[in-house]
Design a protein around this ligand. Structure first.
Ligand code: ADP
Ligand code: DAR
Length: 339
C-alpha cells in the first residue's frame, strides 16, 4: 500500500518518502514510540517548518532514516559527524557589544534538557511527568547562592501572575498548536511549572516542550556574565541529574532543531532604523535567526527583535555565543549608520 506524502513545505514533507514510511511504519521503541507519534504534529500542521518530535532518546536511532536527513537539512550535520560541547566561560571572548546600553534591552541564554531513562514529553504518562517534576524540583531546591530560588507549579498559579510572567518573558506561553498536536500539552497544566531565583536572572521551565529549559538572563548585553551564570548552573545540575544525550547528537531534545547544545542564545535588540530585510540579511550572514518580541511565532513590537543562534548542533556553546556577540555588534553598527 502506498502512503500519501505529507502536504506543505516542512522538512517532514520533504523527507518522509513512501519508502521511508514503509521502512519505519512497524518500528516501536522500548517506551512505545511509533512513527505516528513522531510525525503527528507535522501532519496536523502542514505549515510546520520541521514537523517532527522525538518521543524518547531511542527515537533518534530507530527512526534515523527520517530524523537523519531532517537533521542534515536543518543543522548541516551529516550522520558521520560527532557533536562537541564547550561550556567553559574561560573559552568565550565575547566583549559586550553594547556597553552603553543604547540598543540591547536584554540577553537570555537557554538550554533544553531531558532526563535520561524517561520518555520525552510527548509520551510521558501523567504519573511519569509528576516523577520528572519531583526529581527536577528536588535538584533545583538544592541550589545555593545566586542560583537559590523557589518552584511555582502552574496549577497553583493565579491567571494574572501567569499572564504577567509570560508578558515579562519569564514563563512559557500556553496552547502552542505544534506542541499540542505532538502530545506535549497532554494533562496540561499538571506537573508544569517555573523555578526562579529572587532576581529572575536564573529560571527553569519544567515539563514544557522539554522536561527542563534552563535559563540565564538579565537586562543589557553582558553575554559573558549571562553565559557564566548558565555554565555554573549546569555544572551544579549535572552533579544532581543525568541528562539524555548521545555521542553523536549531544543533548537529546523533543524537537530535532534543539539537538546538540540545545542552546538558544538571544538578545532583545532595538533596531528602529533598519528594515526587516536588512536585519534578516545581517543575521543570516552571522548564522543567526530573528524572532519577534515574544519569541517563536510572534512579531516584533516597538522595533525590538529577538536575535539568536540558528544552529544548535555541530557548534559548541562557546561558538554559538561568540557568533551572537559578533552578529549583535554588526546589527548595532548598521543601526548606528542608519541615522
Ligand atoms: P525558547 O527561547 O525557549 O526557544 P521562545 O522563543 O518562545 O522559546 O522564547 C521564550 C520567551 O523568552 C519569550 O517570552 C521570549 O520573548 C523570551 N526571550 C527570548 N530571548 C530573550 C531575551 N534576549 N531577553 C528577554 N526575553 C527573551
Ligand atoms: N513549529 C514547529 C517546531 C519548530 C522549531 N521550534 C520549536 N521546537 N519550538 C515546526 O515544525 O515548525
Amino acid at each position: 500500500m502506498d502512503f500519501p506524502r505529507p502536504q506543505g513545505g516542512s522538512l517532514l514533507a520533504r523527507h518522509l518518502t513512501p519508502g521511508v514510511r514503509r521502512r519505519l511504519k512497524d518500528r516501536v521503541t522500548r517506551y512505545g514510540v511509533r512513527l505516528d507519534h513522531v510525525i503527528a504534529s507535522g501532519l496536523a500542521n502542514p505549515d510546520s517548518a520541521v514537523g517532527v518530535y522525538a518521543g524518547d532518546a531511542e527515537s533518534y536511532e530507530l527512526f534515523a532514516p527520517l530524523f537523519d536527513p531532517i537533521i542534515a537539512d536543518y543543522h548541516g550535520f551529516g550522520p558521520e559527524k560527532r557533536h562537541q560541547s564547550d561550556l567553559d566561560p574561560a573559552h568565550l571572548d565575547a566583549p559586550n557589544p553594547d556597553p552603553e546600553g543604547r540598543y540591547v534591552v536584554s540577553t537570555r541564554i537557554r538550554v533544553a534538557r531531558n532526563l535520561c531513562c524517561f520518555p520525552f514529553g510527548s509520551i510521558l504518562s501523567r504519573r511519569e511527568r509528576r516523577i520528572v517534576e519531583a526529581t527536577v524540583v528536588h535538584a533545583l531546591e538544592g541550589l545555593s547562592g545566586e542560583l537559590a530560588g523557589r518552584y511555582y507549579p502552574l496549577s497553583a498559579m493565579d491567571p494574572e501572575t501567569q499572564a504577567r510572567l509570560v508578558a515579562d518573558h519569564f514563563l512559557f506561553k500556553e496552547g502552542d498548536r505544534f506542541l499540542e498536536a505532538a502530545g506535549l500539552n497532554r494533562d496540561w497544566p499538571d506537573a508544569r511549572g517555573l523555578f526562579h531565583n529572587e532576581d529572575k536572572t536564573f529560571l527553569v521551565w519544567v515539563n514544557e516542550e522539554d522536561q527542563l529549559r534552563i535559563i540565564s538572563m538579565q537586562p543589557g548585553a553582558d553575554l559573558q556574565a549571562v553565559f557564566a551564570r548558565l555554565a555554573r548552573a549546569l555544572g551544579e545540575l549535572e552533579r544532581r541529574l543525568t541528562f539524555a544525550r548521545s555521542e553523536r547528537l549531544g543533548y537529546l531534545t523533543s524537537c530535532p532543531t534543539n539537538l546538540g547544545t540545545a542552546m538558544r542564545a538571544s538578545v532583545h535588540v532595538r533596531l528602529p532604523g533598519l528594515t526587516g530585510e536588512e536585519i534578516q540579511a545581517i543575521a543570516r550572514d552571522h548564522g543567526l535567526q530573528v524572532r519577534g518580541t515574544h519569541g517563536e511565532h510572534s512579531d516584533a513590537e516597538g522595533g525590538v527583535y529577538d536575535v539568536s543562534n540558528k544552529r544548535r548542533l555541530g557548534i559548541t556553546e562557546v561558538e554559538a555565543v561568540r557568533r551572537l556577540a559578533a552578529g549583535t555588534a554588526a546589527l548595532i553598527s548598521a543601526e548606528a549608520r542608519a541615522f
